[in-house]
Design a protein around this ligand. Structure first.
Ligand SMILES: CC(C)(COP(=O)(O)OP(=O)(O)OC[C@H]1O[C@@H](n2cnc3c(N)ncnc32)[C@H](O)[C@@H]1OP(=O)(O)O)[C@@H](O)C(=O)NCCC(=O)NCCS
Length: 162
């Protein structure tokens, strides 16, 4: 069995759609990924593969912010392969690539328990004014000099999330 993580390629489109449909209960995440990609808002998009078949996916998308910031969402692993650390490896690689691009801040929406394992926290997000503040906003500072306050606007496709 050969495991790998690499950048998304156009030929992965159907496999990623199928993966997202299996990993999430509604088409919301699949639609979001397609729209972010089409709008040119996807900055880092990785797939995990087992013997060449896509088994995991993560996207980091552009944020309109006073610092170099990206949004981490969504991350998914094929149900048949969950619990094998594939999610961990995908997110860690995405964070490393973001750091390599000079990204100062990553934001995530949602699950403090899951994202907390990568260092995301509500405390680090508390100074940011963001339309998604009603959801649980989580932040991971990659640069200690990153501003701790500021208005951050998610890419337009996130509006569908409400
Ligand atoms: C969440 C998800 C990406 C994790 O990927 P995975 O490869 O199964 O996870 P890993 O094997 O890397 O698990 C690492 C740890 O995360 C924990 N974990 C997995 N899913 C979790 C969740 N939803 N909440 C909290 N912890 C979670 C695991 O229990 C494991 O903990 P441990 O180190 O104490 O054993 C995957 O389960 C998935 O695709 N779920 C459906 C989609 C989803 O909810 N995505 C997240 C929000 S965008």
């Amino acid at each position: 069995m050969t495991f790998g993580i690499r950048s998304y390629r156009e030929e992965d489109r159907n496999a990623v759609e199928e993966l997202l449909a299996l990993a999430f209960p509604t088409p919301t995440e699949s639609d979001l990924v397609g729209e972010l990609r089409q709008a040119g808002d996807a900055v880092i998009e990785l797939v995990a593969t087992i013997d060449g078949r896509v088994c995991g996916h993560v996207m980091l998308s552009r944020l309109n912010a006073p610092m170099h910031a990206l949004a981490l969402a969504p991350v998914s692993v094929h149900p048949a392969h969950q619990g094998k650390r594939i999610g961990d490896r995908l997110v860690h690689q995405a964070i490393d690539e973001a750091r390599g691009l000079g990204v100062q801040l990553l934001l995530a929406l949602g699950e403090p328990e899951y994202h907390g394992r990568f260092g995301f926290s509500q405390a680090d997000a508390s100074g940011y004014d963001c339309v998604y503040a009603a959801h649980t906003l989580l932040a991971l500072r990659l640069d200690p000099d990153c501003p701790r306050e500021g208005r951050i606007i998610y890419a337009a496709p996130f509006n569908a999330l409400g």
